[in-house]
Each structure stands twice: as C-alpha cells, then as structure tokens.
Design a protein around this ligand. Structure first.
Ligand code: SF4
Length: 366
C-alpha cells in the first residue's frame, strides 16, 4: 500500500521513515508549489481557507505519484478544520479517484476511534509493542528535526556569511534523514547541532526580535508563508515562532522555553475569553507573552477567510496599544505574492528600527 501525508515543513523526514518502517511505501508529498496551489484552487470550494486548498493540491499531486491513502489529522472546536478530511475525500472520490483519507482526531475526543485507526495502520503480524516502539522512535526524530530548526533561527541573525546557517541546517537534516536507530538519531542530533552552532557568527549584533503567531498550517509550512522565518533570519532578524509540530502534539506551545496552553489563555483573557477555534486565542495570548519578553514586534500569519485569525486581528489593535508592541498581520491566499510580502516586511522592519532608536533616545534624555 502506498501511503502519503500532508507536507508540513521538514516533518516529512520523520513521517517517511515511520511509514517505510511499518512496511508500507511512503509517497513523500512535494513541497507546496504554484502547481499545488493551482490544483487545490481548481478543485476546492472558493471560500475554503488556504490550508484546505493546499492540502487538496497536495493530495492530487500524490495521487499522480501513486498514493492510495493519506494519513491526516482532524480537529475539534468551532472552526472548519474538523470537516477538512471528510470534504477532501468526498471531492476526490467525486473526481473519480479511489483514494482514502484516514483522519486521526485528538485521542481525548474519542479514545476508541483513535485505537481503531491505529489498528488499521498497524501491519498484520506486527505486535503492538513493536508498533509503539516504531512510533516513539520516529516521534523522537520529529523532535530532533524541530530542535535543529529551532537552533537555525537562533543562529541566523548572527551569521557572517549569508546562507551559512541554512546550509548547515540542511546538512543536519540529511543526517537525521539517514539515521535509522534510536542511537543514530541521537548522534545525528548531537552532530547536527554542532555543525549549526559552529558557523562563523558576529555576536556583537543586537538584532531586532520578532515573534510569529497565527494559524498552525501557515505558520508551520514555509512554502506557504513565503519562507518568512528564514527570510527574516537572513535579513538579520531574531525570530521565535509560537507553534512547533511536536510541542503542538504534546498540547504545549514553545515561547522561549515551554509555556503551556493554560498560561496563554490566561494572558489572552483580558482581551478574549472565549474559545474561537483554530489558534485565535493563542495569537492574542502569545502576543502578550512576547511583548512581556521584550520583543520588538509581532507578525500574525493568517489564511484569508480564517475566522479565528480574523477575530484575533480585530482584537489585535487594542492588545498592541496596551502591551506596547507593533503587530503586522499578513493574510495569505492564492493571490498573495512573495514580492508584496517582502515589501511589507521591509517597511515593518524600518518601523521597528525607528521605534527602537526613539526609545533609546528617550532613555538617554531621561
Ligand atoms: S483555523 Fe482557520 S484556516 Fe485553519 S481550518 Fe480553521 S478556519 Fe481554516
């Protein structure tokens, strides 16, 4: 059986390994491109949000590559994510493709359903013990991938030769890709971290600090958000993003360490105390946290027509005023172009620089 999955940043390395080790053939989805978007837009409802369209395009591309089934995640709460998988499958079947999508909902919502789906993926003849071990090992690989990516953005604003950090990261990622055993994964992580940390750096710099929040798919998929974190890093900006695949899976969110959902909701409470679906409440709470940590600015990434992020954006001006942090919201749809995003980023960085200089001047005069 040929299995595929959604493309989300660099996580494909771990998903590919798990699927192959289970004895299936992994069909690795190509990085979302203009073609992915065109296919997705052609076969999705006009007002579907951009993650829906990109996934639709991805499934169509992987079907062309021979995929017979996709494994995807669902969602609970008041937003459309919960209907994604069912709608994708319905549309694909109506187009004549005999393609199945196995949708994993969060286990807390229905343990029995979760176990049944695991049982469907577990190869016959493989014991549960071996199956769980394989999942754990490749989850560790996923964590290692998040860790080297996290380190890359820490180092990037200090790199002396543009592109060094990204090249070192790719080397580390390849090493993780080749790691087979638990020990090899730990060794590759150790070596990879060393390779990234060793690139020539100028630590006398004092880069602008920007926090990135928003809807999970557009935050996690660089090809959809115009490689915003890498672009900023190579422009000499220190960035931190609130969502990482492994911390999200553990229901935690990394913001300079590990801050739980509970803290984020508490921070959001004066501005928003209702769950509005997606990551809407997180975008508010995390903005307050980043401001308290002395960040210079925030970027909110939002799919066009994403209701949770639209609501968060409506509240953002008050949050920005009261906690004193400028926020740039970037809505992403099929019309958004890289050049426009770069221009807005450059203007935002100018504003943050001027604001920093003004503050320094005021401190001198005081
Ligand atoms: S969070 Fe936004 S983009 Fe994601 S499924 Fe919900 S409405 Fe769509």
């Amino acid at each position: 059986m040929k299995l595929t999955f959604p493309h989300m940043g660099y996580s494909y390395v771990a998903f590919k390994a798990l699927i192959n080790e289970l004895g299936y053939e992994a069909v690795v989805p190509p990085e979302p491109s203009k073609r992915t978007m065109d296919l997705g837009v052609r076969y999705s409802p006009e007002f579907a949000c951009i993650p829906f369209k990109v996934l639709m395009g991805t499934f169509l591309e992987t079907i062309e590559m021979g995929a017979e089934m996709a494994i995807s995640s669902g969602g609970v709460g008041p937003c459309r994510a919960g209907y994604y998988g069912v709608m994708h499958k319905k549309i694909l079947n109506e187009l004549g493709y005999d393609f199945d999508i196995l949708i994993f909902e969060p286990p807390q919502s229905n343990y029995l359903d979760f176990i049944k789906k695991l049982n469907r993926v577990k190869p016959r003849g493989m014991s549960w013990r071996v199956f769980i071990q394989l999942i754990k090992k490749n989850y560790r690989k996923l964590e290692a991938i998040d860790q080297i990516e996290y380190l890359m953005y820490r180092i990037m604003p200090y790199e002396i030769n543009k592109g060094d950090t990204y090249r070192a990261f790719k080397k580390a990622l390849n090493m993780l890709d080749e790691a087979r055993t638990k020990e090899e994964i730990e060794d590759a992580l150790w070596e990879g971290r060393k390779i990234i940390a060793r690139i020539p750096q100028d630590r006398s710099r004092n880069p602008l600090k920007i926090g990135i929040v928003g809807e999970i798919y557009v935050v996690l998929e660089p090809a959809v958000n115009f490689y915003i974190q890498r672009t900023l890093g190579e422009m000499g900006v220190y960035t931190d993003r609130s969502i990482w695949l492994t911390s999200y899976t553990q229901k935690n969110v990394i913001v300079e360490g590990r801050i739980g959902e509970h803290d984020i909701h508490q921070m959001a409470h004066p501005y928003l105390n209702e769950l509005i679906g997606g990551h809407g409440i997180n975008s508010i709470g995390e903005t307050v946290i980043y401001a308290n940590q002395g960040y210079d600015g925030m970027i909110q990434l939002a799919p066009f027509s994403c209701l949770p992020e639209i609501m968060a954006k409506g509240i953002m001006p008050r949050v920005s005023r009261e906690v004193g942090i400028p926020v740039l919201t970037i809505f992403i749809d099929e019309q958004t172009a890289a050049a426009g995003v770069i221009t807005r980023l450059e203007a935002f960085l100018d504003l943050l620089k001027r604001r920093r200089e003004q503050k320094a001047q005021e401190a001198c005069n005081a």
